[in-house]
Ligand binder design. Structure first.
Ligand SMILES: C[S@@+](CC[C@H](N)C(=O)[O-])C[C@H]1O[C@@H](n2cnc3c(N)ncnc32)[C@H](O)[C@@H]1O
Length: 391
């Protein structure tokens, strides 16, 4: 972190209002920069008439040249950066610990970057290990050294033994496993290779919502990864579960997660298969499930991919509704921020209609509370989880 005097960059686009409202990103083409700052340097953003309106840090390479830490009107006194980072790390942890019982849930997101007002850095906690991710070298340089700050904020409140940087993971590395708890349910996570750091903790509250409905039901967990939804459903008394994921290591981990929770293995099936192929075969066989969960990877990682993504979501929702019993529950998710809520719901209705079925919308949820969303930053509102009954 660079406590020295900030460099000045000038806004050439009229973004002062959105920055003051709390939008944390400034793209390179919105700025007039005379002397290019170092990566991670503290910068002060001025309007064209020379008024300072915000402070942030510089990224040399990302199209997001500045991530904003603080903004203010005329005469605003910017905080000392060192204390600002310490206070926000602390406040984010306070908000988690206020609501989580660590004896039941010890895998959670301590810091959600922009959503917790520390842009470009995320911390996930997996039992005694903190996994840190920086969005680019600018963020890494700005927060450096981060580990002592993290440890200071955790102090006696979190039992942190190791701090890992997610970007230093190597494909051939040995497994680095931890056993964690999510609402009392056990999971083994591989911090060296697991997707999204190890567990999709953003779906924690949605797994509870499915489990609440699962007693006595048959459950199909599509794009199931390490079995998150299925394990929770089985613990809650599901009659049977089927977990489908194309990644063999994820399916093996799902099997282990069932074992870890002492669940009856004769009621759990695991399929290392492509979801579309699995569904096509299931439809041919006439298989049906009472609850179907569909949680695919992002079909629209960028804006340009949205039309293609719409077709893929519709096809998926068509096939998923065809294997749902009449009156059964279809839970469909999307983790693409480019694909908006209305568009996503429309893709479910269109897909289900193509199957000649109907879908009675019940509720739309987002990510768990430890992934906060800023009202001024819709880009951060990525996760959608819709529940509805198929007729
Ligand atoms: C968003 S994650 C699912 C997270 C999971 N629902 C959970 O709660 O842990 C998406 C998963 O889809 C899998 N996947 C991607 N494409 C697939 C495909 N065509 N068929 C089956 N699985 C696929 C990935 O391996 C990944 O595990």
């Amino acid at each position: 972190m660079t406590p020295d005097r900030p460099r000045t960059v000038v806004l050439k686009k009229n973004l002062a209002r959105s920055i003051r409202q709390g939008h944390p990103w400034i793209y390179r083409d919105a700025l007039d920069v005379r002397v290019v700052p170092d990566n991670g340097a503290l910068v002060e953003i001025h309007t064209r008439d020379g008024r300072p309106i915000a402070r942030g840090f510089w990224d040399e390479r990302s199209p997001i040249a500045v991530r904003v830490l603080e903004s203010g009107g005329p005469g605003y006194r910017f905080a000392d950066v060192e204390s600002l980072v310490a206070e926000r790390l602390q406040a984010a942890l306070d908000r988690r610990l206020e609501r989580l019982d660590l004896s039941k849930t010890n895998a959670f997101r301590w810091l959600h970057g922009e959503g917790d007002l520390l842009p470009g850095v995320h911390i996930d906690l997996y039992a005694d290990t903190a996994v840190v991710r920086f969005d680019g070298d600018g963020a890494r340089a700005f927060y450096d050294p981060f580990e002592p700050r993290l440890r200071l904020a955790a102090r006696s409140r979190l039992p942190i033994r190791a701090v890992l940087d997610r970007s230093s993971r190597k494909p051939g590395a040995k497994k680095n496993e931890r056993k964690v708890l999510e609402n009392g349910v056990r999971f083994v996570v591989d911090l060296a290779h697991g997707q999204k750091g190890g567990l999709f903790i953003d779906q924690r509250e949605n797994r509870v919502r499915v489990a609440e409905r699962a007693r006595g039901k048959s459950v199909l967990n599509l794009f199931g990864y390490t079995g998150g939804f299925a394990v929770h459903a089985a613990v809650a008394g599901a009659r049977s579960t089927d977990t489908v994921d194309v990644a063999k290591p994820a399916i093996e981990a799902a099997w282990r997660n069932f074992q870890l929770n002492d669940l009856p293995m004769d009621r759990a099936k695991f399929h290392a298969l492509d979801v579309f192929a699995f569904l096509t075969a299931a439809i041919e066989r006439g298989d049906r499930w009472d609850i179907v969960i569909s949680d695919p990877p992002s079909f629209a990682p960028k804006k340009a991919a949205v039309p293609k993504a719409r077709r893929a979501y519709e096809r998926l929702h068509k096939l998923a509704s065809e294997v749902t019993t009449r009156g059964g529950l279809l839970c469909a998710s999307s983790c693409s921020s480019h694909f908006g809520k209305d568009e996503f719901l429309a893709s479910i209705e269109a897909g289900v209609a193509q199957a000649g079925r109907s879908w009675a919308f019940e509720a739309l949820y987002g990510a768990a509370f430890d992934h906060p969303v800023l009202p001024a930053f819709p880009e951060g509102d990525y996760l959608k989880f819709a529940m509805g009954r198929v007729g």
